[in-house]
Design a protein around this ligand. Structure first.
Ligand SMILES: *[C@@H]1O[C@H](CO)[C@@H](O)[C@H](O)[C@H]1NC(C)=O
Ligand SMILES: *[C@@H]1O[C@H](CO)[C@@H](O)[C@H](O)[C@H]1NC(C)=O
Ligand SMILES: *[C@@H]1O[C@H](CO)[C@@H](O)[C@H](O)[C@H]1NC(C)=O
Length: 512
């Protein structure tokens, strides 16, 4: 019945109509054609879901800010001149006999406090001291106090000693094993001390998990609430509206649904910011796409899904999926009455094969129904899986009224674009992206949305005119997406990634 009503509405309603849809006991809010496609939107990235590269200064004051959750470390014994390795990748002893650091020689941090960590090895076990109280092994699957190691660094932080829970230090007396039985508190940090290791740290993940756990609850609450209330403000919505855009896509994290007391390490306050966004959107007649960017367990290994350590565990249990549907239900219920609720995006960029297609379509169906419980007219956006065919959701979504497929187009991130000139990039958009988009855009199929794109590329020394043309061709081509497009992002310290900067500096113009 509901399907039929909607179908009739889509058939009958012209682009200028104002409608009321009666659904259950609730009368749906009035919605004007201002919020209908074509959508020209910008992503408020880096606001309610932290990404360090967008605003690095947020991470500056974290103590030991190079040792965050998921940071990858390598330890080279100065005495053996060899790297530590979890033999077999984990499940047995730690050795000190590797000349090259790679997967088995890499240890990922789980941060307990600024000096204390669990060390996760390649096969996902944690380092501990065996029952002989001497041998260091990687055998624990779920770490507790017995796996809490202190990292003690020298002044220039290039050297480290690893203190076991009982207070003694690890040492590499031989290459065949590592023991946790070095008693001497003092060290000169010299090359003859078997408890001293050269430390290599990879660039840490800089996501919501890292910033919250890095600062700890009290300070993180302060830092993030300051950020949420100053980074995006009402005048930004005015700017967006007067620039010729008609919507914003707002990435949110799953913890917003348990505001003000989300599970650790996440902190409360982002819900107030989202409430404000809706008020401002209403004031300036903008649509809001609420985009679940970070799902519980993380749907991809990247910092923007708030992954704890680069692992991807979303969708691996029914409870996890049900919890995610609850988040969608919460968001749809809270904003269903706002005339600015344009769409709910059920999940951003799930990654194949970790997220399987059957799991994803089951979740999308349940998430779709959760939105429809509260609103008949908000669009429901579904992101394709990264690393999968862009057509894989089309049959599934074709039966669902108001469904939209989200594809993200970047001339970056794969080697295809490494050596392209400015003209070749532009030509790629004109031909290849057009074809890709037309393959996803089927008559009677779901609407299509280029939910992320940017006028940045790997071209070195491109001129302003090159950038301008690159932005323009993308607006032209992605303008054929039947739902519309959204630029990634509104504000960004990397100028070309900031649509505000691009507009203010004449690289992007929207008013025709
Ligand atoms: C490192 O030591 C372990 C334990 O003795 C041994 O099994 C392994 O083959 C050694 N690896 C190398 C590269 O020497
Ligand atoms: C790009 O060009 C460089 C040399 O100009 C070459 O070494 C490299 O293989 C090229 N990369 C790709 C992806 O074609
Ligand atoms: C677009 O380019 C990609 C990467 O080179 C390629 O895999 C894909 O098949 C192309 N699509 C079309 C429609 O030509």
């Amino acid at each position: 019945m509901r399907q039929l009503e909607l179908l009739l509405f889509f058939l009958v309603c012209s682009s200028s109509c104002i409608f009321h849809v009666s659904h259950g006991r609730r009368t749906m809010p009035q919605k004007t054609n201002d919020l209908a496609p074509p959508i020209r939107a910008v992503n408020l990235g880096g606001w309610l879901v932290t990404e360090g590269w967008i605003l690095p200064s947020l991470f500056e004051d974290i103590p030991n800010k190079d040792l965050l959750d998921g940071t990858q470390l390598q330890f080279k014994s100065v005495v053996q001149n060899m790297y530590l390795a979890a033999e077999q990748g984990g499940g047995t002893i730690i050795v000190a006999n590797r000349t090259q650091p790679s997967g088995w020689e890499t240890f990922k941090l789980w941060r307990i406090d600024e000096n204390t960590f669990n060390l996760k090895v390649f096969n996902n076990q944690f380092v501990t001291v065996a029952s002989d109280s001497i041998t260091v092994v990687a055998t624990v699957t779920s770490p507790g106090p017995g796996e809490a190691f202190q990292l003690v660094r020298n002044d220039d932080k290039t050297r480290v000693r690893i203190r076991a829970p009982d207070g003694r230090f690890m040492q590499a007396k031989t290459r065949d094993s590592v023991t946790a039985d070095y008693d001497d508190e003092s060290t000169n940090w010299d090359d003859d001390d078997p408890s001293v290791f050269l430390l290599t740290t990879a660039t840490p993940l800089h996501g919501e998990y890292q910033i919250c756990n890095g600062y700890g609850k009290t300070k993180a609450t302060q830092v993030l609430n300051d950020h949420w209330s100053t980074y995006i403000v009402e005048s930004d919505f005015k700017f967006i509206s007067t620039s010729g855009l008609n919507a914003v896509r707002i990435p949110v994290g799953w913890w917003i649904a348990s505001d003000p007391n989300p599970p650790a390490p996440f902190v409360g306050g982002s819900l107030q910011a989202l409430d404000n966004a809706f008020k401002w959107a209403e004031n300036y007649n903008l649509g809001v796409i609420v985009d679940l960017h970070a799902a519980p367990g993380s749907q991809n290994p990247f910092e923007h899904s708030a992954s704890k350590d680069g692992s991807q565990e979303w969708g691996t249990s029914d409870e996890n999926i049900a919890q995610t549907v609850q988040v969608i239900d919460f968001l749809a219920s809270r904003y269903a009455d706002s005339p600015s609720l344009l769409a709910v995006e059920l999940l951003n960029e799930p990654l194949a094969p970790g997220v399987s297609l059957p799991v994803l379509t089951k979740y999308y169906k349940d998430g779709y129904d959760a939105v429809r419980k509260h609103t008949a007219n908000a669009y429901v956006i579904m992101s394709n899986r990264l690393s999968a065919a862009s057509t894989e959701l089309l049959d599934f979504a074709t039966g669902l009224s108001g469904a939209v497929i989200d594809v993200h187009y970047y001339n970056l991130f794969t080697s295809d674009f490494n050596n392209l000139s400015a003209d070749q990039n532009i030509e790629f958009v004109r031909t290849n992206r057009s074809s890709d988009l037309s393959i996803v855009t089927r008559q009677n199929g779901p609407l299509t949305f280029v939910g992320e794109w940017v006028a940045e590329w790997n071209v070195r020394d491109a001129s302003k005119e090159d950038y301008r043309r690159f932005a323009e061709i993308q607006q032209d081509v992605y303008g054929r997406a039947t739902f519309g497009w959204a630029y990634w992002t509104f504000k960004n310290v990397q100028e070309r990634w900031s649509m505000e900067w691009m507009i203010n500096n004449g690289y992007i113009s929207l008013k025709n």
